[in-house]
Design a protein around this ligand. Structure first.
Ligand SMILES: [Zn+2]
Length: 103
């Protein structure tokens, strides 16, 4: 191995490590977002009207892909003020109460 040769092996390992650390940080960030329930909404953020599921668009699938499916964002639409956006699954407070919402 001459002095002008680049140690590609060490370079690759370094790159992989750097990428792995970045990826781990990214996953932790998504997990924290998921746990914090930041995206969980129950009613329309605009007028607190009732929300209904709307058809997913291509950008929704892209978001699901970029969050590695950790944050199951769904598209909702408000039929009172026509607000539309992505949010985590809305907790169904009325009616059934199975494992969640124990008293
Ligand atoms: Zn609304």
């Amino acid at each position: 191995m001459g002095p002008s040769e680049v140690d590609y092996y060490a370079f690759t390992i370094m790159l992989l490590r750097w990428f792995g650390m970045l990826f781990a940080g990214y996953v932790i960030l998504i997990l924290m977002l998921r746990i914090s329930n930041y995206y969980r909404i129950k009613r329309c953020p605009n007028c607190s009207g009732e929300l209904k599921r709307a058809q997913r668009t291509g950008s929704d699938r892209f978001v699901t892909l970029t969050t590695l499916g950790i944050i199951p964002l769904k598209r909702y639409r408000c039929y009172t003020c026509y607000w539309e956006g992505r949010a985590l699954e809305i907790k169904n407070t009325r009616g059934r109460s199975k494992d969640e919402e124990k008293d």
